[in-house]
Ligand binder design. Sequence first.
Ligand SMILES: Nc1ncnc2c1ncn2[C@@H]1O[C@H](COP(=O)(O)OP(=O)(O)OP(=O)(O)O)[C@@H](O)[C@H]1O
Ligand SMILES: [Mg+2]
Ligand SMILES: [Zn+2]
Length: 621
Amino acid sequence: MTDILLEEAARQFDIENFLPGQRDAITSIFEKCDTLALLPTGGGKSLIYQLPAVMLDGVALVISPLIALMKDQVDALAARGVRAAYCNSTQDELEQMKVLSAAVTGKLKLLFISPEKAVSHSFLQLLSRMNVSLIAVDEAHCVSKWGHDFRPEFRQLHVLREVLKAKPPICALTATATGQVIQDITASLRMTNAKVVRRSFFRPNLEFSIAYPQNDGEKEAMLLELLEMMDFRKGPGKCIVYCSTRAKVDGVSELLRNHNFRAGKYHAGRTSGIRERTHDSYSIGKLNILVATNAFGMGMDDPDVRLIVHYQVPGSVEAYFQEAGRAGRNGNPARCVLFYMNGDFVTQNFLLGQERARKSGGEALLQIMRNYGTSTICRQKFLCGYFGEVVANCGKCDVCREDGKPAHTAEYLVALAEKKKAREIKSTHTFAAAEEEIVRGALKRYPAIFGKGIIAGLLHGSKAKDLLKYRLVSSEFYGKLSHIATEAIVKFLEQLIEQKQIKIAGQKYPKIYLADFPPDSPRGRNGKSKLRKTEKSQKEVSPESQLIRDLKNFRDREARKLKWKKFMVMQNAIIVRIARSRPNDLKELIAIKGFGSAKAERFGNEILRIVRACDSPAFPS
Ligand SMILES: Nc1ncnc2c1ncn2[C@@H]1O[C@H](COP(=O)(O)OP(=O)(O)OP(=O)(O)O)[C@@H](O)[C@H]1O
Ligand SMILES: [Mg+2]
Ligand SMILES: [Zn+2]
């Protein structure tokens, strides 16, 4: 059996020997066992389902999240004489039908399909009529809500086998899986007694290191220096620079081009045509540097990458290892450099916030990334350890090179500790009785209206947006404790909260008040209504000035729409006149000096509507 496997692999795929893990996983599929293959990026996962697919009777169903790569895979198989096709949303209905009927009539050995399509009602109906040899789920970490690319559609894939009488084996493949992810994958796909085939994640030819730029300028300089040093102007091989946001991709690729590097960019915001062209130029080596978001590279098979730079901290160690793992696939030495800057965690937190609805556990994943950056154990040991593997020191990474005492990591840690200390010093202040009185005064003035941050900012005299928004800069308490750091005031308020001298109202936005000076009525407890009162008492928004503002907004909108100059729609003087005379109808409007009937015809009704709206009780005079 085993020799037949290798013979067939050699014949169909020009392979001399199996890579570690391949034979075990393939054999397991032939034994009709559910199989989970955990092999590093570039570990040769495709062969694990492709070889059984050509040898077994029937068609193998391959679920792939990467529509963009399906065509490449099908083309590559076709070049080897394997009958494969794909079915996804890039095809029209007729094309899809043709492919699916080829699958039903046994004309295909492999059918690549997107998860969305796979679980659609129409497909499931056809599926029950197919002779399916095997169900392969590629990039299977997408199944798991603990994986970094979680896609909800993946969680319904278990229905595929359920509609099939023959119950073919399921093979899930991924490069990134911790214990939690593995459990989640096998449970969600309803795999039974899955055989797990894993191979060491250790990559002896990769040299991992971390750099600690202090600001964006330093980052740019470091990147340029690195590329220069590794001779990316002329030398062979390729480089991928990963960024977390599209804007950064744009900025960095421009920087590199301005310095005469042959750099292209790749992110989801570009049209697929441009993306494809960039990808092609990169593949054939016209461009040797690609600046990209993580949208680039999954399942990409480029042997010749000798440098991967993470310009910003990625969201998880899984993502990092998978992306960095694209280096050195040909076995030659390659470098993986992570730029580690505290500020980038803010970006990641922001991205996390946006995706919170889809993901859980994101913060924990990010914390591990933090640990990676501040750890002083061998980088590969850390990374492999994360995937549950114990390996020896790599001897190559920045930590190993400095015998476990990497100076730059130590420096970074010292700087971090110093910053923390400075923050602590800033937040310690012993409040004198007079100062405490001022704090209490502010809380009496604004009982249960603001949180501790705004109260502290108010007393310190901060220029934060919220203070402007609530017009607190004109409050008599603004800057009254300007000699005390905001942090110290916050800490003092927290002490008073602990001592129950200050209480908290409101759930969503906790607002504070003095225990011995509670907001007077139940209505007063509602911060919002109270706030409106204070706002009104402080700001001088007369109905007239409000109306002027509304009319100006309307005028500006119209000017933009019509591509006119603003004064051509209405001059300021006329706006003021309208606000003063408050016309009741078109006749009164036309009577206003400078406002002709042509304008009344065009804008009159809308202006009258604005005037009436401003008369309504929402703006009592
Ligand atoms: N037994 C083998 N001997 C030599 N080369 C192999 C063998 N198996 C696979 N390869 C080659 O290794 C490369 C990577 O394979 P493949 O794309 O399947 O990796 P992968 O594990 O799917 O990676 P990724 O996680 O990036 O999707 C391909 O060029 C493939 O032809
Ligand atoms: Mg792959
Ligand atoms: Zn090491």
